[in-house]
Design a protein around this ligand. Structure first.
Ligand code: MSP
Length: 662
């Protein structure tokens, strides 16, 4: 720790490695990254931790399915998580893996302390067990089937270590009372307090039926079970048993989704109290991003991925949307339409337009040098006051994690600047001395407002505010500005503006959404040869270039056989409102009628398609295109430079519907 600086330690959850990050995980990490940047600008020494939760039965199974050892499986997944965060500019200071040796040591150390202090005992755990999957099924009752394989579960008893959670009812309630801000938001606090008031049962913290986990020292048949292992990662990341040396523990803030608040506010402080170690200061639970009102999952086909959005619109656009669209703490709906609408209105027309307009006016009237304001009219004064008071509001909102309100305030200031320019009309002023003076005052005022907006917006829009900063001719980075010293009036005249660069080019909504969806589909269902050819996130928001293609690889017949194609017949076809290129079709594939979307609307009249026989990929995972479920894919040739679709068909013979293509 640097002497003299207050410290701030914050964490995201450590993510499961049996899947890859979607927008929900990205949300937590974006929030953490924003706080990390904001706190640094307020003079804190900040450490942010993220990582991967790599043990347990799900990983055992996934590794088995992939035909590789667990350690290789998790190493690959952790590398993918880490590199995606890097690619998205979400770089934590610490990345902890639960298979790291220092984490293993920390878990064993914490367990030893809990045991020495009398809070751990051996007991019998009874639960419903699936003998086919070799796993206990949480929350199942006798007679229930396994939710994974659907076969009956059996009641099994095994010897486990238990943690005496029941002993912590009173200490926890006292702790919540003494630290009313520990659980945020307020509604979650009430929920947890009543849960604890209802009584706490002891907790089984080891398993003998799981193999892939951290062993209990000396009793290797026991491995730590999920939460005792996972939560401890926050401590491992900043020194483990030697945390005092690093000076970061206890955590100032654990950011979590609402689904895991109980583990963080009941189990975790209880484990630490039992071990007589410092307890974190605050746990903040945010809501979920929903897609069509449902939690995202790959099997539902409603997963939203961050990379395609970052590729088409820039990562700042995604950050802005996630933080602006929903009140932090509440659930929100994700929609591509809303995302692109906000991009165009708030970023392209709002901040982007103000920056380019200001720069163009300064360029034209003052040769690109920020003018000196020698007069101050009441309207200049009142704008200055508004901005000065916005600084205080924005900082307060950031401090309370009210990101939507902070951004609303900043964008209110941008709107005032637009109004100010419209009413002052600097472009209509001539070259007489008083008119020159007026122009100078208006443009200095606008540039000063832009400077302040840039600094205040930096934690949320790190990449684009760097560009505005350079455009304003400022040296260094807005990240280096101390927020507490930010005041109206600090913009020095005479600075030469930097080169203009595109900030947020306006996009065509349909084109952008279709492109993002196409990239997402490609990432979720990669063609075998393109598996390793994910498009990298473009440095520029316009970096919408097509995915780089991997050198074509040969595939075996067994790979081809995985794709099930059949002859289908189109039964109905209609256009989709708001999607110029898509048609919604129902297709008879012999065994059933499927709804399938096809990107052929610009080349095929829906009415003329009815009755037509087409080639259909029938075993593609269902996905949503512009909010419409598509369960399969119609095969078409992509012809010419713009890839005009031409449907594959069977003109020579009347083939039977449902016949397989080989
Ligand atoms: N491994 C545990 C956490 C252990 S922390 C010591 C875990 N992992 S997770 O990968 O399933 O989820 C991590 C976080 O992502 C959770 O906070 C969860 O709420 C969040 N999200 C997953 N889907 C989400 C949305 N659709 N929306 C917002 N966040 C959601 O739980």
């Amino acid at each position: 720790m640097s002497p003299g600086k207050p410290k701030f330690y914050l964490t995201t959850p450590i993510y499961y490695t049996n899947g890859l990050p979607h927008i929900g995980h990205t949300y937590t990490t974006v929030v953490a990254d924003t706080i990390r940047r904001y706190k640094r600008m307020r003079g804190y020494e900040v450490v942010m931790t993220t990582g991967t939760d790599e043990h347990g039965v799900n990983v055992e199974r996934a590794a088995q399915k992939a035909g590789i050892p667990e350690s290789a499986f998790v190493a690959k997944m952790a590398a993918e998580w880490r590199s995606l965060w890097d690619e998205l500019g979400l770089t934590a200071d610490e990345f902890v893996r639960t298979t790291d040796l220092h984490h293993v040591r920390t878990v064993q150390w914490l367990f030893r302390l809990c045991r020495e202090n009398g809070y751990v005992y051996k007991g019998q755990y009874t639960g419903q067990y699936c003998i086919y999957d070799n796993a206990f099924v949480n929350d199942a009752k006798p007679g229930d089937d396994c939710p994974d394989c659907g076969r009956p579960t059996e009641t099994i008893t095994e010897e486990n270590y238990f943690f005496k959670l029941s002993a912590f009812q009173k200490p926890l309630l006292d702790f919540y009372k003494k630290n009313p801000d520990f659980i945020q938001p307020e509604s979650r606090r009430n929920e947890i307090v009543s849960f604890v008031e209802g009584g706490l049962k002891d907790l089984s913290i080891t398993r003998t039926t799981v193999r892939w986990g951290i062993p209990v020292p000396g009793e290797e048949q026991h491995v730590f079970y999920v939460w005792f292992d996972a939560l401890t990662a926050y401590l491992s990341a900043v020194g483990g048993p030697e945390f005092e040396r690093r000076g970061m523990w206890p955590a100032d803030l654990h950011l979590v989704g609402k689904d895991i608040i109980r583990f963080h506010t009941v189990y975790w402080p209880a484990f630490l109290m039992a071990a007589m170690q410092p307890v974190p200061k605050q746990v903040w639970a945010h809501g979920w991003f929903l897609m069509d009102a449902a939690k995202m999952s790959k099997s539902k086909g409603n997963v939203v991925l961050p990379r395609p959005i970052a590729n088409r619109l820039g990562m700042d656009a995604l950050r802005y949307f996630l933080l602006r669209e929903v009140v932090f703490g509440q659930d929100g709906n994700f929609s591509y339409d809303a995302l692109v609408t906000r991009y165009n209105s708030d970023l392209a027309n709002g901040l982007g337009n103000l920056a380019s307009r200001t720069a163009a006016l300064v360029e034209k009237n003052f040769g690109g040098k920020i003018p000196k304001a020698t007069e101050r009219k009441p309207q200049d004064e009142s704008l200055a006051k508004e901005v000065q008071s916005a600084i205080g509001d924005v900082l307060e909102n950031y401090e309370n994690l009210s990101f939507a309100r902070a951004l609303e305030t900043i964008w209110g200031v941008i709107a005032s600047a637009d109004k100010y320019l419209t009413s002052e009309q600097p472009w209509a002023l001539g070259n007489s001395e008083p008119e020159q003076a007026r122009k100078a005052a208006v443009l200095w005022t606008t540039a000063e407002l832009l400077r302040i907006v840039t600094v205040l917006g930096h934690p949320v829009l790190p990449a684009s505010t760097e560009k505005v900063w350079a455009l304003l001719g400022q040296t260094g980075s807005p990240a280096a500005v101390e927020l507490d010293g930010l005041r109206w009036g600090q913009l020095a005249p005479g600075k030469q503006l930097g080169k203009a660069q595109a900030l947020f080019p306006r996009v065509d909504k349909d084109e952008a959404v279709e492109r993002i969806e196409a990239m997402a589909n490609e990432e979720l269902n990669p063609a075998p040869a393109a598996q390793s050819a994910k498009p990298a996130v473009g440095a520029s928001p316009a970096g919408a270039a097509a995915a780089p293609q991997a050198a074509p690889e040969k595939i075996g017949i067994e790979d081809f056989a995985k794709v099930e194609m059949r002859v289908g017949q189109i039964k109905t076809a209609e256009r989709i409102v708001g999607a110029d290129k898509l048609l919604k079709l129902t297709v008879d594939i012999g065994t059933e009628i499927r709804q399938i979307c096809a990107g052929i609307a610009q080349y095929y009249e829906p009415e003329k398609l009815i009755g037509r026989k087409v080639a259909v990929v029938v075993n593609l995972a269902p996905r949503k295109l512009r909010g419409v479920e598509s369960n399969g894919m119609i095969i078409a040739a992509a012809v010419g430079p713009d890839g005009r679709p031409v449907l594959a068909g069977f003109p020579d013979e009347d083939v039977e519907i449902g016949s397989r293509l080989r």
